[in-house]
Design a protein around this ligand. Structure first.
Ligand code: VPM
Length: 278
């Protein structure tokens, strides 16, 4: 069984304006977000994550503004499993032609978390989001440090509750390429309803493997890669979009719809984001 077939498109999900913004000491302005989103849209990125409106209220306004400018890409907002955060994303997306709610739930069980409570949380939050939006992504926060049997159960629950995309993040950037390949493969082999959703991945670069892990995950069956311009993201950053697109372009088996001629302009704009405006 495989989630991606040879010759298939790999979707590119850009998180520069969400994970990347969190890496900066200052917040981006609405104008900066709109300017980058327009370039990402022209570039052919499939999904643009703009912010986390349940926690940063300015992100709600930015999602609304970007929605008015973006023509093709899906606009995405992040949320935890808290109902009020899910509603905040849904409201912010009201003018988006194509909108997605990305819900993350921690799946690493600790002494204080019961498996059944986490499963309930996933079911309730994904179902709630589906009442507002047909395009719901569920992200298994800290997937690479979780128990794989529990992770499979969590993924199955999210899909049964209506998630169309399942993201497997290496949240702390601890997985080696072999381990990450195996984890994605295990999910695709073991989760009975996995073909009702697409698998996405989101890799951090703490050990320098963000790009390698992302590319190898496609070989394991992932259909969407989450990455950012210049690899901007918390701590050591995310996978660098330009490197991902280049790696996929050089493979004969898969392709992306990203037009590489826009990469330089996007990279220069994100370099300017590092400078605090007076
Ligand atoms: C949302 C998720 C994919 C996350 O980005 C979570 C987060 O940044 O809080 C991660 O790296 O695990």
């Amino acid at each position: 069984m495989s989630n991606i077939s040879q010759g298939e498109k790999v979707k590119i999900f850009d998180t520069t304006l969400r994970d990347g913004e969190l890496a900066l000491k200052h917040k981006l302005t609405a104008k900066q977000k709109v300017n980058l989103a327009i370039i990402l849209d022209k570039m052919g990125v499939d999904v643009i994550e703009i912010g986390y409106p349940g926690v940063y209220s300015k992100d709600a306004d930015e999602i609304l503004l970007v929605s008015q400018k973006v023509k093709n890409a899906t606009i995405c907002g992040l949320s935890s499993s808290k109902p009020e955060e899910i509603v905040a994303v849904a409201k912010a997306l009201r003018q988006a032609m194509k909108g997605r709610i990305n819900i993350f739930t921690p799946v690493r069980l600790t002494a204080n978390t019961m498996a059944s409570q986490v499963i309930d949380l996933i079911r309730d939050s994904v179902s709630l989001a589906r009442n507002y939006c047909s395009d719901v992504q569920w992200s298994a926060f800290d997937a690479t440090r979780s128990d794989s049997d529990f992770l499979c159960k969590a993924v199955e629950t999210a899909i049964n509750s209506g998630a169309r995309t399942i993201s497997i993040p290496d949240s702390l950037g601890v997985a080696s390429p072999t381990q990450f390949f195996q984890l994605v493969k295990t999910i695709i082999e073991r989760v009975p309803n996995v073909d009702s959703a697409s698998i996405s991945i989101h890799c951090h670069n703490d050990n320098g493997f963000a790009v390698d892990n992302s590319v190898i995950a496609v070989e394991a069956g992932a259909k969407q890669i989450e990455c950012s311009i210049n690899g901007l993201g918390v701590r050591a950053g995310n996978a660098d979009l330009a490197k991902i697109v280049q790696a996929i372009a050089s493979s004969t088996n898969y392709y992306t719809e990203v037009d590489q001629s826009w990469l330089r302009q996007a990279s220069e704009l994100v370099n300017q984001f590092m400078v605090v405006e007076k």
